[in-house]
Each structure stands twice: as C-alpha cells, then as structure tokens.
Design a protein around this ligand. Structure first.
Ligand code: HEM
Length: 150
C-alpha cells in the first residue's frame, strides 16, 4: 500500500490541489450569493427563486463533491510514507484550520436550507463577514503547507 501511494504521490497531490481550488471557489462564492439573497431577495420574489436554484446547484454540484475529493486525496497523502512528520507543528495547524473550514461548510449548508425555506434570519452584513472566514483559513493553510514555518 505504501509503495502504491508513493508511486502515485504527485498525481494525488495534483488532484488534491484541483479539488481544493474548486472547494474554495464555492466557499467564496456562496456567502456572496447569500449577501444578495439577504439584501435584495425578498421571499418568493423572482430573484429569490433564481438565487435558490443557484445556491442549490453550487452546493450540490461543486462544493460538496469538491470537499469530499479534497479530503480523499488529502488523506491519501497523509497515509503516504514520509510525507507528514507529526512532530512538526504545521500539520496540526493545517488540520485544525481544515476542520474549521469543514465546519464552516456545514454552517453554509444549514444557511442554504434556511434560504430555500424562506426562513433566513441573518443580515447581509453577517454574510459579508462570513465571506472572510474561508479567506483567512485558506491563507493559514497555504502558509502551513508551503512555508511550513514550524
Ligand atoms: C480536507 C482535508 C485535507 C487534508 C487531509 C490535506 C492533506 C494534505 C497533505 C498530506 C498534503 C501534502 C503535504 C506535503 O507534501 O508536505 C497536502 C498538500 C497541500 N494541501 Fe492539503 N489537505 C487538506 C485540505 C486542504 C485545503 C482546504 C487546502 C487549501 C485551502 C489545502 C492546500 C494544500 C496545498 C496547496 C498543498 C500542496 C503543498 C505542496 O506543494 O506540497 N489542503 N494536503
């Protein structure tokens, strides 16, 4: 198994990065749609119904599969011999940031379902702030995997 993972390591990493790009694209875009939805999409308006379709498709066709692919290829690399030294600190910081990112994914999913039922209670400002969460996490993760400062 270890030899197999070593042989395919760079392909797995390439697939991991493609999945990460897709996941992040969705995580940046969905809260932006929620800003429009909260500020301009009054219940059952034409705009609101269009936004519901866009949000559902973005979540189901891009964000969910991309998160599963990111985790799958990421864990394959975790199990590749010699890739991660758990005595270093950076893998723990990355793991923590990735767990928060996954939790934020769950939070966005719950908010999407509220919008779909016309039950959103949050303001556009909340979703503007929410937009910053994946940005900050992405910056931390990329510094951890590339610079490996500790
Ligand atoms: C979802 C769970 C994740 C797991 C289990 C995981 C695991 C890994 C592992 C083991 C590596 C190889 C590290 C190395 O070769 O030094 C890696 C590389 C990488 N990861 Fe992740 N990762 C995950 C999510 C993410 C996320 C969310 C991002 C960005 C926002 C990300 C960005 C990267 C990048 C850019 C690399 C390439 C670093 C290099 O050039 O070696 N990963 N990941």
């Amino acid at each position: 198994m270890g030899d197999f993972l070593l042989e395919w390591y760079f392909w797995v990493k390439a697939l991991h990065i493609m999945s990460v790009i897709s996941w992040m694209a969705g995580m940046f875009y969905l809260p932006r749609l929620f800003v429009y939805h909260a500020e301009r999409g009054s219940n059952s308006s034409e705009l609101s119904e269009t936004l519901k379709i866009m949000e559902r498709k973005l979540m189901r066709a891009i964000i969910n599969p991309a998160m599963i692919a990111t985790w799958t290829f990421g864990l394959l690399m975790v199990f590749t011999p010699g890739v991660i030294d758990w005595a270093d600190i950076w893998p723990w910081v990355k793991a923590a940031a990735v767990l928060v990112m996954s939790g934020f994914h769950g939070w966005l999913s719950a908010r999407r379902k509220e919008f779909a039922r016309d039950e959103n209670t949050r303001s556009g400002r909340t979703y503007r702030l929410a937009n910053e969460v994946p940005t900050v996490l992405m910056i931390i993760i990329v510094i951890m995997v590339i610079v490996k400062p500790f």
